[in-house]
Design a protein around this ligand. Sequence first.
Ligand SMILES: [Mg+2]
Length: 241
Amino acid sequence: MPNTTPLWLFDLDNTLHNASHAIFPAINANMNVFMTRVLEEQGLPADQQAVNEMRQRYWRLYGATLIGMIQHHEVRSEDFLRDAHAFPDLASMIRAERGLSHLLRRLPGRKILLTNAPRRYSRDVVRHLGLHRHFEKHISIEQMHVHRRLRPKPSRQMLRKLLARERVPARRCILVEDTAVNLKSAKNLGLRTAWVTQYLHGNVHVTGIDARRQSTMHPAYVDVKVKSVRQLATHLGRLAR
Ligand SMILES: [Mg+2]
């Protein structure tokens, strides 16, 4: 018998906290340092503009800059992830709304944290937010392998594998995210989707869609569009019934 309890998959960065405030700028700067070193070693153009363009291009193409660096520059994922997420004082960089714990308690069903970020960083953030106890599992990028290859969001193979393992039919599963392309691929598989938009303004450099357009868009692959996850409870009829 398939499980009929809803399963919520929550993204972390720019969904449960404002990563655009200080964390993403620091990650981008860290990635640039790492990438510059690699490109110089490989005799490739490594000026600031070339590095920025490459970082954004890999993010758009693969859902994570890391995948491009593995495929085209043979970096080790642990080295890249460690350097990209090295912060002098992570706690002081976190900005989030109040009331998220209350919201997560109210939502019926199981909850899994599903983030393309590395384990140590995402564990530290979710603990700092005081939300870790609401998630029965924490799936970080290190756990997103399919046939031994790293397949982060928006990989449909990864999502399919997750649904099979959790024994949940796609229609009982809800992805809550800020990144539209991840919602699109989830919808393709039959999941329900909730788009969280309040932190998107800081994301234009990676999504390529400007904030004003995103605020008026409501793509067909989005079941519910909310500014904040706190509004999810008022949309349960479209998501979890
Ligand atoms: Mg996100």
